[in-house]
Design a binder for this molecule. Structure first.
Ligand SMILES: O=C(O)c1ccccc1NCC(=O)[C@H](O)[C@H](O)COP(=O)(O)O
Length: 266
């Protein structure tokens, strides 16, 4: 792993270091019991009409694209996505590389509680420790991200167990066959193929086409990154994706509702 992800993970471990303390499964279960249940991320991705679930991302900037919509308020974009019929939101909470914050997630989930329907939110960050899972649950998330390539099996188990205890779903993100095998061994229920090669920042939907047909039938399949048009969405749906995760195209679109409708046209 010698690419941008290596740099981000190293930074994330440094960032989280000041917060580190033991977070037991018991503490997470008690926290879960004390808070209102978040809407199910997994259930939102498998649509009864067979159309693609669309996970719509709030992403102000990124290492590959640079500035996307630096000044946008998370709640304004969240309302646009809610009105557009997004299945779920992905809220980037990393500040250094993506310009997001945990407050973005908090304010969006609070807004959805006040103005239903509550669209489930993924905490999109680089998870390394259960304290981040606890933060995600407190901030109202429905799911966390587990980047298989960046974590040892022991770390994956710790994070997945923590998410389960906290009442959260986990999106396992993969880039190759070995990572698919590892996710399945861990019992992943939602697996996303990230089409972006983090060494050269190029996206290739062919990666979803190669890997998704190999997913176990009961796993929810997500295709992530590099999806811009109805034709792109149709390609990944044809290979078995239940849902897509879209950032840049939706953030830059003047009409996210029309774009989401285009993604679901097939
Ligand atoms: O987007 C990046 O440049 C990036 C770089 C390093 C690690 C992760 C990165 N992106 C995170 C994502 O997974 C995407 O934001 C997400 O899949 C949406 O992608 P897109 O629709 O291409 O904006």
């Amino acid at each position: 792993m010698s690419d941008k992800l290596t740099e981000i993970m190293a930074w994330k471990r440094q960032e989280v270091a000041s917060l580190l303390r033991t977070v037991s499964l018991d503490e997470l279960s008690r926290l879960n019991a004390s808070l209102s249940k978040p809407p199910s991320f997994a259930a939102a991705l498998r649509r009864p009409d067979g159309k693609l679930g669309v996970i719509s991302e709030i992403k102000r900037r990124s290492p590959s694209a640079g500035a996307i919509a630096e000044k946008i308020a998370a709640t304004d974009q969240a309302l646009r996505y809610q009105a557009a019929g997004a299945s779920a939101l992905s809220v980037l909470t990393d500040t250094k590389f993506f310009g997001g914050t945990l407050d973005d997630l908090r304010s969006v989930t609070q807004l959805f509680r006040e103005k239903p329907p509550a669209v489930p939110c993924l905490r999109k960050d680089f998870m390394v420790h259960p304290i981040q899972v606890l933060q995600a649950r407190e901030a109202g998330a429905s799911a966390i991200l587990i980047i298989v390539r960046a974590l040892s099996d022991a770390d994956i188990k710790t994070l997945f167990d923590a998410a389960t205890a906290a009442g959260l779903d986990a999106l396992f993100e993969i880039h190759n066959d070995a990572e698919l095998d590892r996710s399945v061994r861990h019992g992943a229920k939602i697996i996303g193929v990230n089409n972006r090669d983090l060494a050269i920042f190029k996206t290739d939907l062919g990666l979803s086409e190669r890997l998704i047909p190999k997913f176990p039938k009961d796993v929810i399949a997500v295709s992530e990154s590099g999806i811009f048009t109805g034709a792109d969405a149709a390609r990944v749906k044809a290979c078995g994706a239940h849902a897509i995760l879209v950032g840049e195209a939706l953030m830059k679109s003047p009409n996210p509702a029309a774009l989401i409708a285009e993604f679901r046209a097939n």
